[in-house]
Ligand binder design. Structure first.
Ligand SMILES: [Zn+2]
Length: 62
């Protein structure tokens, strides 16, 4: 999971840091712009393709 600072664009990579973002202390701040942890947002880079919702139900009409 990656979290992005909305102010400076700093990316917190949980795998690189070795610490889950949720486990960071409350006083943790962005290393670049000192933005509070709460201002970080989960990165939404990966857009999952929507599965085709075209499910034609079987015709049950007699
Ligand atoms: Zn920042």
């Amino acid at each position: 999971m990656r979290f992005v600072c909305p102010l400076c664009g700093e990316v917190y990579e949980e795998k690189d840091a070795g610490i889950p973002f949720a486990d960071l202390p409350e006083n943790w701040t962005c290393p670049l712009c000192m933005a509070p942890r709460s201002s970080f947002r989960p990165e939404e880079g990966e857009t999952e393709p929507e599965p085709p919702a075209d499910q034609s139900r079987p015709s049950g009409d007699p």
